[in-house]
Ligand binder design. Structure first.
Ligand code: NAP
Length: 486
């Protein structure tokens, strides 16, 4: 149960079944969804077994040919209507998200708007899928190049951005003419179920998008991924699970996109505008209570400004209100579950044992729900576990550096490469360092890079492929060359 009538109404508005072939389908088993700010069960939803889930792929496969033939303008208009509905129902959807994963309501509203933008962007892209035509260099033939939908897609999303990670995959898949089976994280399935309800109301034909919720994730998803009818796997989640799924995908040489973990360095040079850098650090650290793949994991500050930067950041972090995400002015909502709280505290304890100093926070709080306070650690040594592990919590870990070369070396000293941030007022340095950083994305004097119109993705163990931007739709298209004898 939620805490009051408004919360109960929001939860009651979400379908709780599987969505297969245009029908909401019950299962014998149920999966509880909890509010991380209280630990209480909000609702029970369908918990698919492998046979029940396979029907979702049957439906996606059956709908594929018709959907691929649907006029691009029609596909575009369905996405546009879904965009309008998401924005019209932003408050209800944000409340559902806050209740199931804890982020503060203003952030959840922001995520709904961000998520909706993927539908708007890909509604615009659906009608711009192009091809090519040319004469063979030696003459005697024409080359026609067409872009075709790759086919039924398996879309797997994480719990930390439960709406945006869904639209970032469903938007381009639908725009390209692909059908899909989507499997949301079992901790946060409600946002996806509410999203699919919106797609249905926007006029999506039966079978084009199907939803599987399950607690038997490996048993249910492995046969679907290995089934040769599945032609594309788009995954957002942790690097270990991504590596496992890449191995499965190799069995059928399936097309894959992998948006995996990060370990973002956040560089502050001595010539940075410290107000801008602190503002950037607050955004890069505290968005989603630190539970973002793009979160600033290692804050590296040039020695002459380290003390002042740390003082200002500590002051800001120390002022943040903690509480349920539905309460006014709360910034520090709960972490997603108790395991997350324990992991964050282990990382803090390890850093302190190795010589870091706690400037603020650093101890678990005594209250119901899964809370950890905003924490700043200074003097974090390179060997602390949190420099090589995604913290995924509200902990700012500050380390000092002396030279630009040292900063770049430290920043790149990780197998991950999703995003890097740097703060400097020297344009030459800004561009030089941006190019030297091994990352798919760089925030230069800004702490948030996500934008549906920009290519989002990582290098190294942070993933393969890009979502959003002009190339986002290509992940769901195959190129076909037709040679025409003349
Ligand atoms: P996760 O544990 O890897 O889970 C992600 C999704 O994969 C969930 O839906 C999960 O289902 C599913 N899954 C787990 N094992 C599977 C298997 N054997 N077969 C098929 N699916 C499986 O990650 P998470 O904890 O939800 O998310 C946090 C991670 O995501 C962090 O590492 C973060 O950096 C990363 N992330 C990356 C991006 C990006 O764009 N690069 C964006 C957001 C998050 P269950 O929930 O049922 O286990």
């Amino acid at each position: 149960m939620a805490e009051n009538a408004r919360e109960n109404d929001a939860i009651a508005s979400v379908p709780t079944q599987l969505f297969i072939g245009g029908e909401w389908v019950d299962t014998a088993k149920k999966l509880p969804v909890e509010d991380p700010s209280t630990g209480e069960v909000l609702v029970e939803i369908a918990d698919a077994d492998p046979e029940e889930a396979m029907r979702a792929l049957d439906a996606a496969d059956a709908a594929q040919a018709d959907w691929a033939r649907t006029a691009p303008r029609e596909r575009s208009e369905i996405l546009s209507r879904a965009y309008d509905l998401l924005m019209a129902e932003q408050d209800r959807l944000a409340l559902i998200m806050t209740l199931e994963m804890g982020k503060p309501l203003p952030e959840a509203k922001g995520e709904i708007a961000y998520a909706a933008e993927f539908f708007r962007w890909f509604a615009e892209e659906a009608v711009r899928i192009d091809g090519g035509y040319m004469t063979a260099p030696a003459g005697g033939a024409q080359f026609m190049v067409a872009k075709e939908p790759v086919g039924p897609c398996v879309l797997i999303t994480p719990w930390n951005f439960p709406m945006a990670m869904g639209t970032r995959k469903i938007g381009p898949a639908l725009a390209a003419g692909c059908t899909a089976v989507i499997k949301p994280a079992s901790l946060t399935p409600l946002s996806t179920l509410a999203l699919v309800d919106i797609l249905v109301r926007a006029g999506l034909p039966k079978g084009v998008v199907n939803v599987v919720t399950t607690s038997h994730t490996d048993d249910v998803m492995t046969p679907i991924i290995l089934d040769p009818r599945s032609r594309k796997l788009s995954f957002t989640g942790s690097t270990p699970v991504g590596k496992h799924l890449l191995e499965l995908a190799a069995k059928t040489v399936m097309k894959t996109s992998m948006e995996l973990g990060g370990n973002a360095p956040f560089l502050v040079f001595e010539d940075a505008d410290l107000d801008v850098a602190v503002e950037g650090a607050m955004a890069a650290k505290m968005r989603n209570i630190g539970q973002a793949c793009t979160a600033a994991n290692r804050i590296l500050v040039q020695r002459p400004v380290a003390e002042e930067f740390s003082r200002r950041l500590t002051e800001r972090m120390g002022q943040l209100a903690m509480g349920r995400g539905v309460e006014d002015d709360v910034v520090v909502g709960p972490l997603v579950n108790q395991g997350a709280v324990e992991k964050v505290h282990e990382l803090v304890t390890d850093a302190v044992e190795r010589g870091a100093t706690v400037a603020v926070g650093g101890s678990p709080v005594d209250r119901e729900g899964h809370f950890y306070p905003a924490t700043v650690l200074t003097g974090v040594p390179a060997e602390a576990d949190l420099t090589s592990t995604e913290i995924f919590g509200p902990v700012a870990a500050i380390t000092e550096f002396d030279t630009e070369e040292e900063a770049v070396r430290m920043a790149n000293d990780t197998p991950f490469g999703l995003v890097s941030f740097l703060f400097t007022q020297d344009l030459n340095r800004g561009l030089r360092v941006s190019h030297a950083l091994e990352a798919g994305m760089v925030g230069l004097n800004q702490g948030v890079v996500s934008n549906p119109a920009a290519p989002f993705g990582g290098v190294k163990e942070s993933g393969l492929g890009r979502e959003g931007g002009f190339t986002g739709i290509d992940e769901f298209l195959e190129t076909k060359y037709i040679g025409v004898k003349m």
